[in-house]
Design a binder for this molecule. Sequence first.
Ligand SMILES: C[S@@+](CC[C@H](N)C(=O)[O-])C[C@H]1O[C@@H](n2cnc3c(N)ncnc32)[C@H](O)[C@@H]1O
Length: 160
Amino acid sequence: MPGGGFDLIHARLVLEHLKAPAAAAAKLASALAAGGWLVLEDADGLGFDAEPPVKALSAITGPWHQAALAAGWDPLYGRQLVTDLHAAGLDQVAGRAHRSYQHGGDAWAGTRLGLQRMGDQIRHAGASCADLDEALAALADPARIILGAPIVTAWGRRTS
Ligand SMILES: C[S@@+](CC[C@H](N)C(=O)[O-])C[C@H]1O[C@@H](n2cnc3c(N)ncnc32)[C@H](O)[C@@H]1O
């Protein structure tokens, strides 16, 4: 990381992939200038849904989560962000979550790629081929609205 003194540092969906995300948050906080803000965003689970509903999306959530943990990715790290920003010594710490609501298709191409790339591990963790295929089809279906998994945005300010 380049030297400190930053007014704003932002990382989205990165810390949840690191072995020691709290230590990374503390390191980023230490690189802030006085008055600077650290804004971190990470997932709060893999709870995708759809309208009209698709049972396969909830059926693969558990196996997907297990496969993610085995690969060194903690998809629940988002709910630790506020705790870790406090522990990093920042002030004015708070957070909120959002879900993206978008038609199936291009908006979910990255999610589909990730699922396909981890497909063997997700099946190994207990998902059926049929559920995985159905979930992938739903994410590509422009006739459905896909409700993305919650993403937490949390922030804190270095005041001294
Ligand atoms: C889900 S992508 C998010 C990409 C981008 N920040 C965004 O929000 O669209 C996860 C990112 O974490 C990065 N990443 C994963 N492990 C990392 C590590 N050990 N050190 C640095 N970056 C890492 C990957 O290179 C990838 O860019």
